[in-house]
Write a protein of this length. Structure first.
Length: 492
């Protein structure tokens, strides 16, 4: 389970690494996502320099964390800014997309065979190098390209691309989607441009990934710049062709060597965040959040992320280089911002394997405060579980005669529940109250509420919660894990 953190975009230099590790340590992260740029490993065509990768892998080991390498190549937030100068300055050999009026768009064309060959060669050399130096398996995953697609232009309008666009949709794709054959407009209607670009961008990246996997078979994923999760009509208006939520099926058909596609979530509306999780958690797609905002508001979403069985989560911009991507993330990465994420990482890091197994084998539910702080509930077996936010621990509800709890207006609070047996649950959370009530007759009574953790795969109790700690529901402040056994009485 990746309790991750992504560093800033320009932290991919050996001399910056000392500004990474203290933040990662404070965060209790077990995995760091770091860019490796094409321009840095192949500044001169055919001459490779892996000194940064060497330093990174060595220092990651010294700091006891795993790595996810981010290949900044043909596409970085759609643009070619991380390609070497010999690529940037040769649009004849490495064509950009052509816009509707015949002009040059800044994004490289996915139809450029030379670009694909050059990117593929550099990426393969990177994978060869990792194979050589990383027998200890410090690098656990690779992300080929970053937020691929095209911002500002829906597809390539060059003569060559236009010809492809007017031709039939490849039969593998229509078959995979269960559609009737036709040209792109016939099959995809108003989404034809986006679908077309998605297919060619995904085919391109699949070829890069396949070449890399042939050398070293690491899991590979692609991250998505997202559009509004409910607005189908405008879903093509973002990084067109990237693995946005509305074209996941096209990516699945086009890129069999990409193990999963993953959402970069910077949208802090609760309803939107949860909708993204639903879009990307599929039987054919493992859920991982490779980037999310590092502001306080985002930290609580780790709970529903865990509840949906995610394999990873990583706030973006976690290093000491003092850049801030506000308003996407925190205005300043101070101790409070770090602690918002560190709190849950501290709890889960020592038991990441235990939790991964539990979440695989048992029903789970995760919950985070919504934008209003309303009660939320679910039913698991014969129990209704309700989450409440912003309450004093000994009060049933907000009492206007008392001063409001400081959390009443803060975007904090969340929990995750795993049902181990009909009447037995694990519950972990922060800034939240969790209540259990039978859906049928009788009243709930706790048999035991044990606070503890897993040691060598076995539950180990630290203390029992009782009295004030259970009389008003289970009130979490700092994250702890509870094993809760319930029964009902008085049903007759
Ligand atoms: C991200 C990051 C980095 C609701 C931004 C986010 C990273 C890239 N792009 O700091 O550049 O390399 O993957 C795009 C956010 C879209 C805005 C959504 C607003």
């Amino acid at each position: 389970m990746v309790l991750g953190a992504q560093v800033h975009n320009s932290t991919n230099y050996t001399e910056m690494l000392p500004q990474v590790w203290p933040t990662i340590k404070a965060l209790h992260a077990n995995t760091v996502e770091v860019p490796v740029a094409w321009e840095q490993i192949e500044p001169v065509e055919g001459q490779f320099d892996f000194s940064f990768v060497d330093a990174l892998v060595r220092q990651a080991r010294e700091n006891n964390v795993r790595l996810v390498l981010l290949w900044f190549g043909t596409w970085k937030n759609s643009g070619p800014s991380y390609t070497p100068e010999w690529v940037k300055t040769n649009p004849g050999r490495f064509p950009r997309m052509t816009n509707r009026s015949g002009g040059m768009h800044f994004v490289l064309s996915p139809h450029g065979r030379n670009t694909l060959q050059a990117d593929k060669r550099a990426f393969t050399r990177l994978m060869q190098h990792i194979r050589k130096i990383d027998t200890r398996h410090t690098v656990i995953m690779v992300q080929p390209e970053n937020e691929a697609g095209s911002l500002g232009l829906s597809r390539d309008f060059s003569a060559e691309a236009q010809q492809l666009f007017e031709g039939p949709v490849p039969s593998e794709l229509v078959q995979a989607l269960g559609r009737n054959p036709g040209n792109w407009s016939q099959v995809f209607g108003v989404h034809a441009d986006q679908a077309f670009n998605a297919w060619y961008v995904a085919r391109y990246i699949d070829e890069v990934a396949a070449a890399g996997k042939a050398v070293l078979n690491l899991p590979m994923f692609c991250n998505a710049a997202l559009t509004n999760p409910f607005d189908e009509a405008n879903a093509g208006g973002g990084a067109s062709g990237g693995p946005n939520w509305n074209v996941i099926n096209i990516w699945k058909a086009a890129a069999p060597h990409i193990d999963f596609v993953a959402p970069d979530i910077y949208d802090r509306k609760h309803k939107h965040y949860l909708a993204f999780l639903d879009h990307y958690a599929r039987p054919d797609n493992a859920l991982m959040i490779p980037e999310t905002g590092n502001a306080l508001d985002f930290a609580r979403f780790i709970w529903p992320v865990l509840g949906k069985g995610a394999i990873g989560f990583a706030p973006f911009g976690m290093d000491g280089t003092s850049y801030s991507n506000f308003p996407l993330g925190a205005p300043v990465l101070d101790d409070t911002a770090i602690d918002a994420f560190a709190a849950s990482y501290r709890l889960f890091a020592p038991i990441a394997e235990d939790w991964a197994r539990i979440a695989l084998e048992n029903p789970t539910w995760g919950v985070a405060r919504d934008d209003e702080g309303s009660d939320q509930s679910t039913v698991m077996g014969r129990w209704r579980i309700t989450a409440q936010f912003g309450l004093w621990q000994m009060k049933e509800k907000n009492d206007p005669r008392l001063r409001p709890h400081p959390n009443a207006t803060r975007m904090v609070g969340g929990a995750v529940v795993a049902q181990l047996a009909p009447d037995e649950f694990l519950v972990a959370g922060r800034d939240i109250r969790m209540r259990f009530a039978p859906t049928g007759a009788g009243s709930m009574e706790f048999l035991s509420v044990e606070e503890g953790t897993f040691v060598d795969g076995k539950w180990k109790m630290r203390r029992r919660w009782n009295g004030d700690q259970t009389d008003f529901g289970l009130n979490f402040v700092e994250p702890v894990m509870l094993k809760v056994r319930l029964h009902t009485f008085g049903e007759a």
